[in-house]
Design a protein around this ligand. Structure first.
Ligand code: C2O
Ligand code: CU
Ligand code: CU
Length: 531
């Protein structure tokens, strides 16, 4: 039996430092206070030591950058989901899944304006499907659960990149087993570039000063295999955090300025990330901010991304740490807070700074003092929401608006271009949730704590998102812009991105139609793909 979440607002009286992608500690730093120093270096009592934690660090693996094949303005990719074996922990071979390799996938690179021609081959022996998280594209290319395809089959979606530069990702989306397929290793990064972002003086030499940092986790059986026991409350929450697929990684920097593309690809775990020194956030899920924002910490709920700029001092090494979500994420200090791992702390990634005496002829950039960051990154985008329709979503247990996901049900249609206002409420007092919308970006307009708790204020004004944490007993107001690709026959998803919650049915479907057109879903798994 799952522990059922509570909706009793009387249990919610503490200060919530909640935010998602928002800069709690950055705000605290203005007052000269570190929001999280009590966690520094410590491990919560009773927290199991992650497997491999005592081993020698290994060099951070960088997933290969896969630029596909460019012909004119069409870029083609071939991805094969396959099985393999990988040393997630040094010295132990673990059976894994991956794309074009044993474990995880290459980082896909594409540019705004290009047409993408994707071929995905399913060689994992089970039906699956791949979703391009963060992309705006026709539903037939989105990779939702209706597009699941059989082992041995290929799926060939195509779409045009019509969105700004961003760090996105791809992962499986088969109905009710997305978490398991992602956990086994079907996940990879996806970089969208454009001319505007390339013109900015920001690091973008992939694997050198532009580094993917993909955070996932695992738990292991005694013989070193992935433990696939799904806890009825906490799902596949791993006890061993992984960066780019391994334990205990070390990045040896050759330049003093790094851009880290952080992706929380964990199925259930929230990460409140710190480096022990301030850094600059330059991008959220859906691309660059208007300007760099200084911060001491950033919270990423499952599925969220951020790009940060870290300036290294010669000889001063850093560690990327997960320091526990401030105030336990606003949940009561009871077993669920610990069960969801919200207070867990981990050392994730050691970063070795260039040495004082780095030989300049070998690595001229390594001693170069980083210049000032650009003060402006992208133009402010003012969406006029005066005429925007409003929708409400109440998250409770494993349901949204008292309903579980039904692939045959369309929850609503969006039959217009232009923004909408979505108000999303976490009705639970003691369960975390977050919220992700396919084929969309949103700005956070407001976060209103329920129950008169006025202290849960967050800095919600920055950036475009596609996934956001919803604090317990709070309502988040989102200005949503969906990609307008009318197709009454196929749906897009919105869901909690704690993948166990999604798999349990905490998901709904919308379709995009022409004005006044009725949705008319086709049968699931029909001929959107051929062998
Ligand atoms: Cu990463 Cu349906 O999402
Ligand atoms: Cu998505
Ligand atoms: Cu949830």
């Amino acid at each position: 039996m799952a522990t059922r979440p509570s909706t009793d607002s009387g249990r919610f009286g503490r200060r919530t430092f909640f935010k998602s992608m928002l800069f709690v500690a950055g705000a605290a730093a203005v007052g000269g206070v570190s929001a999280c120093s009590q966690n520094e270096g410590g491990t919560r009592r009773g927290q199991p030591e992650p497997r491999g934690a005592t081993a020698q660090p290994r060099p951070l693996p960088i997933p290969p950058l896969y630029t596909g094949e460019l012909k004119g303005s069409t870029r083609s990719f071939e991805l094969t989901a396959q099985r393999g074996e990988f040393e997630i922990v040094e010295g132990t071979k673990t059976a894994t899944w991956g794309f074009n390799g044993a474990w995880l996938g290459p980082t896909l690179y594409m540019r705004r304006g290009e047409t993408i021609d994707m071929t995905v081959t399913n060689n994992v022996g089970e039906p699956t499907v791949v979703h391009w998280h963060g992309l705006h594209l026709p539903a037939a290319a989105d990779g939702g659960p209706a597009l699941i395809f059989a082992p041995g089959e290929q799926w060939r979606p195509t779409w045009k990149i019509e969105q700004p530069a961003a760090t996105c990702w791809y992962h499986p989306h088969p109905h009710e087993i997305s978490a398991l397929h992602a956990y086994r290793g079907l996940a990879g990064g996806l970089i969208i570039a454009d001319d505007e972002s390339d013109a900015l003086d920001l690091p973008r030499d992939y694997g050198v000063d532009d580094i993917p940092v993909i955070i996932t986790d695992a738990k292991f059986t005694d013989d070193g295999q992935l433990d696939e026991t799904i806890d009825p409350t906490y799902g596949l929450l791993g006890t061993t955090p992984l960066i780019n697929g391994i334990t205990k990684p070390r990045l040896t920097a050759t330049t003093r300025r790094l851009r880290l593309r952080l992706l929380n690809g964990a199925t259930m775990r929230f990460h409140h990330l710190e480096l022990g020194t301030p850094f600059h956030v330059i991008a959220t899920d859906q691309g660059l901010l208007e300007r760099p924002i200084e911060a001491d910490a950033i919270l990423l709920s499952p599925g969220e991304r951020a790009e940060i700029i870290v300036d290294l001092e010669p000889g001063k090494d850093l560690t990327l740490r997960s320091t526990g979500v401030p105030n336990g994420g606003g949940l009561p200090k009871e077993e669920t807070t610990d069960g969801f791992g919200l207070r867990d702390t981990f050392d994730l990634l050691d970063i070795v700074a260039p040495a004082q005496d780095a030989p300049a002829q070998d690595a001229p950039a390594s001693r170069e003092e980083p210049g000032a960051l650009p003060t402006k990154l992208v133009d402010k985008h003012d969406a006029n929401a005066d005429a925007a329709p409003t929708r409400e979503f109440r998250l409770n247990g494993f349901q949204i608006n008292e309903q579980s996901m039904d692939m045959a049900r369309v929850d609503f249609a969006i039959d217009h271009e232009g923004p909408e206002i979505w108000k999303v409420t976490n009705e639970n007092a003691d369960w975390p949730h977050n919220f992700h919308i396919h084929n969309a970006r949103f700005a956070v307009r407001a976060v209103e704590p329920l129950g008169g708790n006025a202290e849960a204020s967050i800095d919600f004004t920055h950036g475009w998102h596609d996934t956001i944490n919803i604090p317990p007993l709070s309502t988040v107001t989102l200005l949503v812009e969906v990609g307008y690709y009318p197709d009454p026959t196929l749906a897009y998803m919105y869901h909690c991105h704690m993948l166990f919650h999604e798999d349990q049915g905490m998901m709904g479907q919308y379709v995009v139609t022409r004005p006044n057109e009725e949705p008319a879903l086709g049968p699931a798994g029909h001929d959107h793909h051929a062998v």
